[in-house]
Write a protein that binds this ligand. Structure first.
Ligand code: MOS
Length: 743
């Protein structure tokens, strides 16, 4: 087979694709053991109060039941918060811990764990656990939360809103054009295909092999060892495949906590798979109230931006995703005032969900910009160009790169934006009103320290390894592409390994940083391996490479050759043979370039264009086509990259038109905790999505890439809402935009 270097930059189908479609890729609930017991979590029927009695006798007497655990007979764990904060995604406050005591913090909270010989027996016996409660009245609505507050302690690594600049109020008062609106983004729950699940394999002598659905094995391992006081050398987390996550599986959840507890208590292997309904007891984008005021000159040039957001959090933790910060960044404006508050509700702690903060805040900002375009009589793209920001005003730094203008231009061209007539309700075909809407997106381009290892064996096979995760985004594939190019081997000869704590350290896969960080670490590990190979090659008897340095040689097809004279070469197999080894390793660590980060602001940008058709009489909204133009540095693999944007856009469409977690406000319970009533977009809801990657050169990491996991969703819901307004003349400021709100 001939090589097609470089692989990086080319479409390559997923290297893990065949394993996934043939069912050979094993997910956390698919690992087993001879002594495997099956657990089921019993949910609290009330949202607030305390358990006054827990009767587990019927459950214990049910067929196959081995044990029922609860706060009454749990194993010991520390009382203080600190061990539970050994979670790199923890937020300020007091972390939740299952079975701590008799207190109920939210509906569906696990109050007992039934362990049985089969999954079915455990599920059945779980229905027999009888609890009585002292019930308090819950409040699950941020709009009626007791008081709003500025988070006293800031979340690690998440910048709080910047100080005000200029005089936003004065400028607003003086502005000839004013737009002021309230927006509401409702709660959404993560609903990945794979349920939250853990299989703990009891290996004897206190050794645990844990398969846990997670976006990064190192984090839950640290957490579990910390809270249960386990020896890190005796615990291995191994979760090679993840069936969707995007923030859902960043923090360790109660499945891993309870499964490990049961395994330790029973000294046997235990599996706990949460139900779909239990997925609504964790992992959600918080409900948020927003007010946005824009003041502008008659030209549409912004003179004032005020953005105030109030976001839900739990009673026990101050979850934060500063929703307003984007309003100080996206457009050029000298008078900006941003305020971000929390409101406590009786629910589980909210979590990151694809572009947390930006998805919510940019929705409001981009709808407000659309409102301004009509108020000023300026085309929405013209308005954005007029207010284009060429440096980050929040941090007063230039951007490392920003090809947003090209994204507007190429997106508009592909979409046919010029055919749009300005007035709302001015385009129509048959009984359908036609709307064209657009919005800008923006997300951070971050990297994190990662380590990696590259190993070459005498048969010419390369393994690249890093403890990061592939949540379905294509990490396996891009790491293989990078490795194949570095060593000059065919990609079929490369194996990527991720999702295992025995591999070189990585943090969680989140924040769109994995490709740039793990990718850079793999590239550096390959360089280290090449050094190692060359060192041995130089030492061979009569080596033609005796005086060669790394920059003078090339690696290709199992040979190391002088670039200047390809005939002067040695084979990798000979190198390993004379070194007397089966394989050679290179290890390296990547860390963000702090000087660079200090100097430049790193962001990805996008422009999303949407056409909707709205039935004038029925109010039915039909998405017709979407163009998403993205500026995100170098694209490693256009195929997996396109899928990232596609997924983000689809989630944005769900946010705009379908998804909403509905709580019963009296009982505090989620009423639509299933995929029938919590509607995530189906194929029939989504039209053709055209993805454009504009050229962008970026120097923030060795690969020049920025990450793509999140940018696709930012602005997508606003583009839909703006299209709906253009079609109907009706501005819906509370998501999702359902028929009842249009009629
Ligand atoms: Mo992302 S919300 O950091 O998975």
């Amino acid at each position: 087979m001939s090589n097609i270097h470089p692989y990086v930059g080319r479409a390559n189908t997923r290297v893990d694709g065949p394993l996934k479609v043939s069912g050979l890729a094993k997910y956390s609930a698919e690992f087993g053991a001879e002594d495997l017991a099956y657990a089921a979590a019993v949910p609290s029927a009330v949202a607030k109060g305390r358990i006054t009695a827990l009767d587990v006798s019927a459950a214990l007497a049910a067929p196959g039941v081995i044990e029922v655990l609860s706060h009454k007979n749990r194993i010991d764990f520390p009382e203080d918060d600190e061990p539970f904060k050994n979670d790199m995604v923890a937020v300020p406050g007091s972390p939740f811990r299952p079975f701590r005591d008799d207190k109920i913090h939210y509906a569906g909270q696990a109050i007992a764990l039934v362990v049985a010989d089969t999954h079915e027996n455990a599920r059945y016996a779980a229905t027999l656990v009888k609890a009585t409660y002292d019930v308090e009245t819950p409040n699950v609505d941020v709009a009626t939360s007791a008081n709003y507050y500025d988070p006293p302690e800031k979340r690690d690594g998440i910048p709080p809103p910047p100080d005000p600049r200029g005089d936003a109020k004065g400028a607003f008062d003086r502005a000839p054009i004013k737009v002021e609106s309230d927006y509401r983004v409702v709660a959404e729950h993560h609903n990945p295909m794979e349920l939250q699940a853990t299989t703990v394999i009891w290996e004897g002598d206190g050794r645990l092999l844990v398969h846990n659905k997670t976006q990064g094995v190192v984090n839950p391992k640290n957490y579990i060892c910390s809270v249960f006081g386990l020896d890190e050398d005796k615990v291995r987390f191994f979760s090679p495949y993840v069936g969707g996550a995007f923030g859902m599986a960043l923090r360790p959840h109660y499945d891993v906590f309870l499964a490990v507890m049961a395994s330790l208590k029973l000294e046997r292997s235990v599996r706990l798979v949460l139900t779909r309904a239990q997925m609504f007891t964790m992992g959600w984008r918080p409900d948020c109230l927003q007010t946005l005021s824009l003041g502008a000159e008659t030209s549409g040039k912004l003179t004032s931006i005020t953005h105030h957001a109030i976001q839900a959090t739990s009673m026990f933790e101050d979850y934060q995703e500063p929703i307003v910060n984007w309003s100080g960044l996206l457009y050029d404006c000298d008078n900006v005032s941003l305020k971000y508050e929390l409101g406590k509700v009786d629910t589980s702690t909210p979590s990151d969900m694809r572009a947390p903060g930006a998805t919510t805040g940019v929705f409001a900002l981009e709808c407000a910009m659309d409102e301004l375009s009509y108020a000023a009589g300026v085309d929405p793209i013209e308005l954005r160009l007029l207010n284009y920001s060429d440096h980050d005003q929040n941090d007063d730094k230039p951007f490392s790169s920003k090809e947003l203008k090209a994204a507007y231009e190429q997106g508009a061209e592909r979409f046919g934006w010029s055919k749009r007539s300005f007035e709302p309700r001015s385009m129509k075909e048959g009984h359908e009103l036609i709307g064209y809407g657009m919005a800008t997106g923006c997300w951070e381009a971050m990297t994190m320290p990662h380590k990696a290892r590259a190993t070459l064996t005498a048969d010419g096979k390369l393994e690249v390894a890093c403890a990061t995760a592939d949540i379905g985004t294509g990490t396996y594939t891009i790491l293989a592409q990078i490795g194949a190019d570095a060593l000059g081997v065919d990609i079929a000869e490369v194996t990527s390994k991720v999702g295992d704590t025995s591999l070189p350290m990585a943090p969680v896969e989140g924040g769109s940083w994995a490709a740039a960080s793990a990718g850079s670490a793999v590239k550096l590990a390959c360089e280290a391996l090449k050094e190692e190979l060359l060192k041995h090659a130089r030492g061979l008897d009569n080596s033609p490479l005796a005086n060669a340095s790394l920059d003078l040689v090339t690696f290709s097809n199992g040979r190391i050759a002088l670039k200047a004279d390809l005939a002067k070469a040695v084979s990798v197999a000979d190198v390993l043979k004379s070194a007397g080894v089966e394989k050679l390793d290179g290890e390296a660590g990547y860390a963000p370039d702090e000087e660079f980060t200090k100097k430049y602001a790193g962001y990805t940008h996008g422009a999303c264009f949407v056409e909707v058709r709205v039935d004038e009489e029925l109010g039915v909204i039909r998405l017709v086509r979407i163009v998403s133009a993205i500026a995100a540095g170098k694209i490693l693999n256009p195929l997996t990259a396109r899928s990232q944007i596609l997924g983000g856009v689809v989630m944005g469409c769900g946010m705009a038109l379908h998804e909403e977690t509905k709580w019963d406000k009296t009982l505090g319970r989620v009423m639509n905790a299933n995929l029938g009533e919590y509607h995530v977009p189906a194929h029939a809801d989504i039209p053709e999505v055209d993805v454009i990657f504009v050229d962008e050169e970026d120097g923030s990491n060795p690969l020049g890439i920025k990450g793509l996991g999140e940018i696709g969703i930012v602005g997508a819901a606003a583009a839909v809402a703006n299209a709906v307004f253009h079609a109907t003349g009706k501005r819906v400021r509370e998501l999702p935009i359902t028929i009842d709100k249009l009629l």
